[in-house]
Design a protein around this ligand. Structure first.
Ligand code: PHE
Length: 339
C-alpha cells in the first residue's frame, strides 16, 4: 500500500512555485484536473486487489482533499498578490501638483465693446450688425457723401469693385436700420471697419460703434445727455463732455466730442497733451437729407447719430499708447485682461 509520499512531495514543491493565476491554473491542470496526476491514481483502482480497494480509494481521496486544501490556500494568496500588484500599478499620488490648465480671456477690445453695449442697452438701445462688405450707396451716397464730393477723401477706401467696398465706417448701419425699421428707432451698430491707414494710432482694420436715434423732437441736447451718461459709466462719474463744431456730410450740425481728462481731472497732463480734454467720438443731428433718403419725413422726425472708435476708448481706458499691441495678440499682453 502506497502512501503517495512521492506525489505529495511533488505537489508541495509545485505549489511553492505558484506565484500567479497562470501557474495556479497550471497546478490545477497537473494535479487536480481530469487529466491530472491525482485523478490518474483513481484509474489505478482496477489493478488494486479487491480487499484493498476501499482503503486505496480512501487514501486517494485524502490526497485529493489535501491538495485541494493547498490549492485553495494558494488561490487566496495569489488573489491578494494580484490585488496588491494592481494597486501599485494604478496608484495615484494625490499630493502631486495638479496639471495647470490655462483658461483664455476676452480680448480688451471685446471687453470694452461689451461694456459700451451694456451702457447703451441700459438706455434702451438695441444692437444691429451690418455687413463688412458694403456698396457705395450705403457707405457713401445715401449718407449724403456724393460721388466726386471732396468729403469722400476724408476716408481712404478699400474698393473691391466699382460699386463694392470694405465699409469705412459703421454709418451704413444707419441706412440699413432706417430702411427696415420705422421710428422710433434706437440702435447700436458695432463692427469692424476698414481704411487704408496705418500708424501708432491707426490700423487698416478697426472697430466702431454707431448709435442712431430717430423719433419726434430729438435734438443735440439728447445726444449730449446720452454721451454724458456714457462717458461717466466708462471713464468715471466725474467725467464731463464738451461738444466742438465739426463736419460730417450725414449730420447737421456735426460735433466732435471731447471728454474731460480722467487722468488729471482737467488740469492738463501728458495724456490730454496739456489741454484737459480728450477727443473720443464724432456725432451730430442726422442730416434731413439722410432721413429723406430713407423715406422718413424730416418734418415730423429728427434724429441723432454718433460713431465711437472702440480701439480709441480701449487705449484710453487701459493707457495703451500703441494700437499695434491690440492686434499682435501676444499672450503676455492679453493675459493682463484676465477677469
Ligand atoms: N462715421 C463717422 C466716422 O467714421 C463718425 C460719425 C458717425 C459721425 C455718426 C457722425 C455721426 O468718422
Amino acid at each position: 500500500m502506497k502512501d503517495f509520499s512521492e506525489i505529495k512531495e511533488q505537489v508541495k514543491a509545485k505549489i511553492e512555485e505558484v506565484k500567479d493565476n497562470a501557474s495556479l491554473s497550471e497546478f490545477w491542470q497537473s494535479y487536480l484536473g481530469k487529466q491530472g496526476v491525482i485523478q490518474g491514481l483513481m484509474k489505478e483502482m482496477k489493478n488494486v486487489p479487491p480487499e484493498e480497494k476501499p482503503s486505496f480509494g480512501k487514501a486517494v481521496n485524502e490526497v485529493r482533499e489535501w491538495a485541494q486544501g493547498l490549492y485553495a490556500q494558494k488561490q487566496s494568496q495569489v488573489k491578494e498578490l494580484e490585488l496588491k500588484a494592481r494597486y501599485e500599478r494604478e496608484a495615484i499620488d494625490v499630493t502631486m501638483p495638479a496639471m495647470k490648465r490655462d483658461i483664455g480671456n476676452l480680448h480688451p477690445i471685446t471687453l470694452i465693446k461689451h461694456q459700451m453695449i451694456d451702457v447703451f442697452a441700459g438706455m434702451g438701445f438695441e444692437v444691429f450688425e451690418g455687413p463688412e462688405i458694403e456698396d457705395d450707396d450705403h457707405n457713401f451716397t445715401r449718407l449724403n457723401v456724393l460721388k466726386d464730393h471732396p468729403s469722400r477723401d476724408m476716408q481712404d477706401t478699400f474698393y473691391l469693385t466699382e460699386e463694392l467696398l470694405l465699409r469705412t465706417h459703421t454709418s451704413p448701419g444707419q441706412i440699413r436700420t432706417m430702411d427696415t425699421h420705422k421710428p422710433p428707432i434706437k440702435v447700436l451698430v458695432p463692427g469692424k471697419v476698414f481704411r487704408s491707414d496705418s500708424d501708432a494710432t491707426h490700423s487698416p482694420m478697426f472697430s466702431q460703434m454707431e448709435g442712431l436715434v430717430v423719433d419726434k423732437g430729438i435734438t443735440l441736447c439728447d445726444l449730449q445727455g446720452m454721451l454724458d451718461k456714457f462717458v461717466q459709466e466708462i471713464f468715471g462719474s466725474g467725467t464731463k463732455t464738451r461738444l466742438r463744431p465739426s463736419y460730417f456730410p450725414f449730420t447737421e450740425p456735426s460735433v466732435e466730442v471731447d471728454v474731460s481728462c480722467f487722468e488729471c481731472g482737467g488740469k492738463g497732463c501728458s495724456l490730454c497733451k496739456g489741454t484737459g480734454w480728450i477727443e473720443v467720438l464724432g456725432g451730430g443731428v442726422v442730416n434731413k437729407k439722410v432721413l429723406e433718403n430713407c423715406g422718413i419725413d424730416s418734418e415730423v422726425y429728427s434724429g441723432l447719430a454718433f460713431g465711437i472708435g472702440i480701439e480709441r476708448i480701449t487705449m484710453l481706458k487701459y493707457g495703451i499708447s500703441n494700437m499695434g499691441v491690440l492686434f499682435r495678440n501676444e499672450q503676455d499682453f492679453l493675459e493682463q485682461f484676465k477677469a
